[in-house]
Write a protein that binds this ligand. Structure first.
Ligand code: ADP
Ligand code: MG
Length: 609
């Protein structure tokens, strides 16, 4: 048999390597932004078209390249940043592998202009699929401008894997934020399809955070500053009351490089253990400054994963520094909510067969009757149309002794919702007690009912919002409230406005990124509008990335979460009864829209045991 092994041509090898470094426009953006930084630029412009599909251009005022470097930089393993293997342990630059430009040039059409500061003329070079098509001298500003056109033009398989533009653009934006956040001494701009999304001026870390995420972040964060022999830790962490149900902005940097490190992230989150409820997450922007010899960043081509020699010590320092920051600002005592305590049931003894709990209810209950108490407050809930009594599965309901009026009860499924007597006429009902300002306790004939007030209220509001007709009640605000977003968020918010109007919001815009809210649904507090919209945007963007396209569900989930009574809110007797009554009218009363249990019933047997 003849020889069958051959050496792959460079262009093919580069294309294969490109798969590791450049899997979507955002990864090319990352490499180009990092190169500009390494070149010492103080001003970096990023321009994209069609979410980077047709154009990614980075213009910098860095050191520029000579004619021959401009050609050489597109070769594999071509780097000015390391010379020998030992250099790997003293890396002070973002790049060092010398493969980014070679990879990008293998899968796109690249046009570059570059000029050294002390040269008269620059150089212009055109490359397509690793082939240098042209190189000529040219007049151009100091620094480098590199335009990557038609990414993946020769790799259709990869092109086909790209997601729709809004998703690819949000990946690019995320990369841009990661780089711009920690390199706050550099001017940055991002222009997408001719629109300026970010225009960031050099400043300090806090200024950069608020330039990117909005001024509201200033009051949400407290500073962290810890100098140790091992590392210096600096940055900002959120005050506990601004913790969120989703991991929103969590940025960890090591030596000015964004990294993902689950253990160190856990160290920060651990510092919040006693001050925020389970499943809430802090926001943080933390920079770890450490001797490069104590880390290994060469474990992954994209260099976002890093190994630390002293991981355990760093974990402890990071946790302590975060705890100190939270404590120093004595915020733990200003909490609006306490941690939600899970109701802990002792395990049933072996062989124990639980008996179905039973509940008495009033068959004449009419949920449309408006004579019931209804106290206006954030916890109040107005009567609403009947829902399936799905909660029946919780309680083995007695069949009513006197049948309900036949016109409303043709079958069980169409029955008027039946609710426990206690919710029916509060004056005669068992009273409710509030436990730790977070749980409502009441007595049912079948046992002790324990309701998580926040989870229950979330469920109630969620179903109400989901079932709401598109003729909502709106309350006009005496003083319209302004809300502000980053340019990119403002774009997404604009998309959501028609939907929000359906819920009673009246929203206009002043300029590109400021919106003015003149009416809201009744249960929304004006002071919480910005937080509500921020939460909606986080949830919506997360949903977009996961291809979860139900905008209505997304909005209702965020709104109900924001509007629900929080642990720590003292409830009136009537409010507690209303919550229980409303919960039992829900279609899925047992869990909150975010999957948390809303209630538990302890039978007399269980209580005795
Ligand atoms: P690496 O960054 O790992 O060295 P790259 O392929 O990204 O590898 O770049 C190769 C080389 O090209 C760099 O080492 C640098 O010398 C040069 N280079 C790339 N981009 C720029 C730029 N914007 N300005 C100046 N030099 C650059
Ligand atoms: Mg590089």
């Amino acid at each position: 048999m003849s020889d069958i092994i051959n050496i792959l041509p460079d262009s093919v090898a580069n294309q294969i390597a490109a798969g590791e470094v450049v899997d979507r426009p955002a990864s090319a953006v990352k490499e180009l932004l990092e190169n500009a930084l390494d070149a010492g630029a103080t001003k970096i412009q990023l321009i994209v078209k069609d979410a980077g599909r047709t154009l990614i251009q980075v213009i910098d005022n860095g050191c520029g390249m000579s004619d021959s470097d401009a050609r050489l930089c597109f070769e594999r393993h071509a780097t000015s940043k390391i010379h020998k293997a030992d250099d790997l342990f003293a890396i002070h630059t973002m790049g060092f592998r010398g493969e980014a430009l070679a990879s990008i040039a293998a899968i796109a059409q690249v046009e570059m202009k570059s000029k050294l500061h002390d040269s008269e003329l620059g150089t212009h070079i055109l490359i397509e699929g690793s082939d240098v098509k042209e190189q000529t001298p040219c007049a151009c500003p100091n620094g480098t401008s590199i335009a990557v056109k038609n990414l993946f033009f020769n790799v259709p398989a990869r092109r086909n894997f790209l997601k729709r533009d809004s998703i690819e653009l949000s990946h690019i934006e995320e990369i841009f934020k990661r780089v711009a956040l920690i390199n706050y001494n550099t001017d940055y701009s991002l222009n997408s399809n001719g629109r300026l999304l970010y225009d960031l001026r050099a400043g300090n870390f806090a200024e950069r955070i608020s330039q990117i995420f909005g001024n509201s972040y200033r009051e949400r964060l407290c500073p962290v500053d810890e100098q140790t022999d091992l590392a210096n830790i600096r940055g900002y962490v959120s005050k506990p009351e601004f913790a969120r149900k989703s991991r929103g902005e969590q940025y960890l940097f090591v030596n000015h490089r964004f990294i993902k490190h689950p253990a160190l992230s856990a160290a920060i989150e651990k510092a919040y253990t006693d001050v925020i409820p389970d499943h809430y997450y802090p926001t943080y922007f933390i920079h770890i400054d450490i001797d490069p010899a104590r880390i290994d960043i060469n474990i992954h081509p994209t260099k976002t994963e890093v190994k630390f020699v002293d991981e355990h010590a760093l974990f402890a320092i990071l946790r302590a520094a975060t705890k100190k920051a939270i404590g120093q600002f004595s915020l733990a005592t200003e909490l609006q909510f306490n941690p939600i305590e899970e109701v802990d049931f002792p395990p049933a003894p072996k062989g124990y067969i639980p008996t179905q709990p039973r509940v008495h209810y009033n068959p004449d209950y009419n949920p449309f009757e408006s004579t019931r108490q209804s106290k206006p407050s954030s916890a109040s809930a107005s009567p609403r149309p009947a829902a399936d009594p799905k909660w029946k599965s919780f309680f083995d309901l007695d069949t009513p002794a006197t049948p309900a009026p036949s016109d409303t009860q043709t079958s069980l499924d169409m029955a008027v919702p039946t609710i426990p007597t206690l919710a029916d006429s509060p004056s005669e009902s068992s009273p409710c007690l509030q436990l730790a300002a977070s749980h409502i306790v009441s007595v049912l004939p079948s046992g002790l009912l324990i309701v998580d007030q926040q989870a229950a209220h979330e469920r109630i509001l969620y179903e109400r919002l989901m079932n709401q007709s598109k003729a909502p009640h709106a309350q006009q605000l005496l003083f319209p409230v302004n809300c502000q977003f980053s340019p990119a968020d403002a774009d997404i918010f604009n998309e959501l406005i028609p939907e929000l109007k359906g819920y009673g919001f009246e929203i206009g815009s002043i300029g590109q990124t400021t919106f003015v809210v003149s009416a809201t649904p009744p249960d929304i507090k004006e002071s919480e509008l910005q937080t509500l919209f921020d939460q909606i945007l986080v949830e919506y963007k997360g949903a977009m990335i996961q291809k979860f396209n139900d905008r209505t569900q997304c909005l209702c989930r965020s709104m109900s979460r924001q509007m629900a009574v929080k642990p720590g809110t003292i409830l009136q007797q009537s409010e507690m009864q209303q919550i229980i009554a409303d919960l039992f009218c829900c279609q899925t009363p047992s869990v909150s829209p975010s999957g948390k249990k809303t209630m538990a019933i302890l039978s007399p047997d269980q209580l005795i045991k």
